[in-house]
Design a protein around this ligand. Structure first.
Ligand code: GLN
Length: 463
């Protein structure tokens, strides 16, 4: 199979099914084929190429791509063509993976269903009446519907893993700092992480190896990351000597019965492969959602201040009165941002305001430390922690879109890993009673992404 054939097959599939799914905001057909032709020519000339060269990839539309529109699914960025590439995009171009296009997301990555996109919802390929998860619903749906073999997403509170769970794909949030955030449009910088969306664990490992590595342009980029991810994802033998911790707080009340059944079966399969199971308690995880919804909006309100109607995207002038900088900014932000983004900016400026700072933001930071301590204590008893990735399978459109709290609760199991900066991923573990896919989450200590991939490989093996 040549890269041109593979890329063309993906583009044909997009033409055929994306009218229904709406995973892509922009299709880069000519650009992708051009890269594919280069790969085929280089291969014919006997050139040494990266193992993933010629394999097409889709990118979440909050990753900056030079010359290709990047919207974050927001009206405020409409018409903006970035003058530079994100670090991960540079890596992808250097390794010659054809870029198929940009995928849909909740506006500025805020949401769990892709319903908060300014450019229409993405539908779940398993059931078009259901959400594909979020915020990275577009990348997950593109991989799930065979429009792209590989994709990238970003995960601030679960936006790679939860879409992975509800679309039956593999989704990875690497250790914080393992992949440079340079050129990922910031949502909440202390939580954001770029990662792979794929069909297999080995594909994810290969892709993380490609996009990882130190970057001086990101001050939180690590120099000592785990290596040997692909080897770990293909490891032979069994799990003898590996201790798996089932997190009590993440596998009981509030979880759909079919999700729990699939989870318990996957745990039993790991035991059958030699793993030892221990139950661990992380009592402060009960406060993770509350802490996240204080820390994240605080960072959002600061990060999104740059969208002022002067630097990027649209500019809206006030309809009456003087045209001052402040009034242009207000008119632009009023017209450009959607309701969920506005809700979080207002929440964030409130929790950071003097008089409330200690009570809300300061308290949330203390809870964050307690959650990190819970992880530390738990990892003294086991090598990895496991839980269902999401409490439910894909829900129907509209079911939670009017109730922010119900939507936020879907991230209950994914958020702790972001608050602690540890590595976490979702692997499909079968289907629930409703016939929809279930995700199994494996969490490993920071810089131990290899251990996570090794366990994930055996989860995948049993399905
Ligand atoms: N769903 C979560 C939120 O709405 C996570 C978002 C994300 O990871 N980008 O904040």
């Amino acid at each position: 199979l040549t890269s041109v054939e593979l890329t063309q097959a993906c583009l044909d599939r997009i033409t055929k099914v994306d009218g229904k799914v709406n995973a892509f905001l922009y299709v880069n057909a000519e650009g992708a084929l051009e890269t594919a032709r280069e790969v085929d020519a280089a291969r014919a000339a006997g050139e040494e190429l990266h193992a993933l060269a010629g394999v097409p990839i889709a990118l979440k539309d909050n990753l900056v791509t030079r010359g290709i529109p990047t919207t974050c699914s927001s009206k405020i960025l409409e018409g903006w063509i970035p003058p530079y590439d994100a670090f991960v995009v540079k890596k992808i171009k250097a390794a010659k993976l054809p870029i198929l296009g940009k995928t849909n997301l909740d506006e500025f990555a805020m949401g769990s269903s892709t319903e908060h996109s300014a450019f229409g919802v993405t539908r779940n390929p398993w059931n078009l009446e259901c959400i594909p998860g979020g915020s990275g619903g577009g990348s997950a749906a593109a991989v799930s519907a065979y429009m792209a073999p590989l994709a990238l997403g970003t995960d601030t509170g679960g936006s790679i893993r939860q879409p992975g769970a509800v679309t039956g794909t593999v989704g990875v949030k690497p250790t914080y700092g393992a992949v440079s955030r340079y050129g990922a449009i910031a949502m909440a910088s202390s939580l954001d992480q770029i990662g792979p969306v794929t069909r297999t664990v080995a594909d994810a490992a290969a892709l993380q190896e490609l996009i990882g590595g130190h970057d001086p342009m990101d001050s939180t980029s690590l120099t000592d990351v785990a290596t040997g991810l692909l080897d770990a994802a293909r490891s032979e033998g069994d799990l003898t000597g590996v201790k798996i911790g089932v997190v009590k707080e993440l596998s009981g009340e509030g979880y759909q019965p079919g999700v729990l059944a699939s989870f318990n079966e996957a745990v039993a399969n790991l035991v059958a492969r030699g793993a030892e199971v221990v139950e661990v308690s992380c009592p402060n995880f009960d406060y993770a959602l509350a802490a996240y919804y204080l820390i994240m909006p605080a960072e959002v309100s600061s990060n999104l201040a740059r969208f002022d109607g002067m630097r990027y995207g649209i500019r809206v002038e006030p309809t009456e009165g003087p045209v001052t900088a402040q009034r242009v900014m207000a008119a632009t932000r009023g017209a450009g941002f959607g309701a969920e983004v506005k809700r979080r900016i207002i929440l964030g400026t409130y929790v950071l305001s003097s008089g409330y700072y200690d009570q809300f933001y300061g308290a949330a930071l203390k809870v964050r430390t307690l959650i990190q301590d819970d992880f530390k204590a738990a990892f003294e008893k086991c090598d990895v922690l496991v839980s269902p990735t999401a409490p439910t399978t894909a829900f129907k459109f509209g079911e939670k879109s009017d109730d922010p709290m119900a939507m936020y609760l879907n991230d209950i199991a994914t958020i702790p890993a972001n608050l602690a900066g540890v590595a976490a991923m979702s692997i499909p573990s079968g289907v629930a009673e409703d016939g929809l896919p279930v995700g199994f989450q494996v969490i490993a200590p920071a810089r131990k992404d290899d251990v996570m991939y090794r366990v994930a490989r055996f989860v995948e093996d049993a399905v």
